[in-house]
Design a protein around this ligand. Sequence first.
Ligand SMILES: [Zn+2]
Length: 72
Amino acid sequence: MTSDAETPTCSARGCRREAAWMLLWRNPRLHGPERVKRWAACEEHLATLREFLTSRGFPCETEAVPPSGAMG
Ligand SMILES: [Zn+2]
């Protein structure tokens, strides 16, 4: 198998599941608009991670991760 786009793993602590979502966020106090951090999230932890960010007032966007094996 050759795959140069590995499916990211969920960023939640202790979670090893494949990510279905990508959270794009930044800390406006530290980062300029061009500096975007990316967190991977599985279905289960998407809400948790997004709440963590939005509760701190960080701008946050959600992007779907294409399922693995969907190439070509
Ligand atoms: Zn997870």
